[in-house]
Ligand binder design. Structure first.
Ligand SMILES: [Zn+2]
Length: 276
């Protein structure tokens, strides 16, 4: 009987062989920083009891219609999240990824469906992050009257968390004075302004052109919202390798790739231990 090397050790080997690190992150990446997972009504309503009492599903509050019908409630939800993400300290796994990327000739680039800005907060360059669903730290006009996107820095939400209502004035569009909303791709959203994300996508493509041996480390990206997985798959099809870290859906298609059945931080720690 042959002893197969542990998956974490094989992941460490793939890191050593790569010349560029692609970090592909879904919602599971934030869980270890203490961020809520919105999967399923139960978890969502636990995080936002007022929305649970109103039987308001995530797909309904996370939509432009919610901003039109009840701006104080929609901004109660997004203002609470904005404040939460501003206060969150990214878990130790972010720094591990940064160190591994820094050691590679072409560095690292992040592809994330998360809108929470945690990679930038963890010190990743603004120019090395593609946020495919936009960012809560940026605003746009709800209408929209124009294609402008601006930082949310000047807006400090005052939220009654029990009622999920914004107490202070919501942010306004500097051009028309109308209501502003987060520059996030929401559900049933035909007005998301994608210029910022499109520019990030172009930067990622240009960077990838130069990477000969890309390694994707995919974290907390389930099959329910497949954008991150599609992207990982695309890099693999172009000759890249994949380390998939996921507590429930860790399977990978080929034997050259590695699947770790673990949460993001746990999986990264196992790889770090195998490197040492
Ligand atoms: Zn406007």
């Amino acid at each position: 009987m042959t002893t197969s090397r542990s998956d974490a050790a094989r992941a460490a080997e793939l890191i050593a062989q790569a010349d560029g690190l692609v970090i592909a992150a879904g919602a599971g990446m934030g869980v270890d920083s203490g961020l809520p997972d919105f999967r399923g009504n139960e978890g969502f309503w636990q995080a936002y009891p007022a929305l649970g009492r109103a039987r308001m599903e995530f797909t309904r509050i996370a939509s432009p219609v919610a901003f039109r019908e009840n701006p104080a409630q929609a901004w109660g939800f997004y203002g609470h999240r904005l404040a939460l993400y501003r206060d969150t300290v990214p878990h130790a796994g972010f720094a591990m990824l940064r160190a591994w990327g820094d050691a590679m000739p072409l560095g690292a680039f992040v592809f994330t469906s998360n809108v929470d800005g945690q990679f930038q907060k963890a010190g990743f360059s603004q120019r090395a992050v593609y946020e495919c669903h936009g960012s809560i730290h940026h605003l746009q006009c709800l209408e929209p009257c124009c294609g402008n996107i601006w930082p949310a820095d000047d807006f400090v939400p005052d939220v009654d968390a029990d009622a999920c209502l914004l107490r202070n004035e919501p942010p306004r569009c500097p051009d028309c004075g109308g209501l502003a909303r987060p520059n996030i791709l929401m559900f049933s959203d035909w007005n998301w302004i994608e210029q910022r994300s499109a520019m990030q996508a172009a930067r990622l493509s240009a960077w990838l052109e130069n990477v000969r041996r890309p390694l994707v480390i995919e974290l907390g990206a389930g099959t329910a919202i497949p954008s991150v997985r599609h992207f990982s798959q695309g890099v693999v099809q172009r000759g890249g390798r994949l380390v998939r870290i996921n507590p429930r859906e860790h399977q990978v298609a080929t034997a050259s790739d590695v699947g770790l059945a673990a949460g993001a931080l746990e999986g990264l720690r196992a790889i770090a231990a195998a490197m040492a």
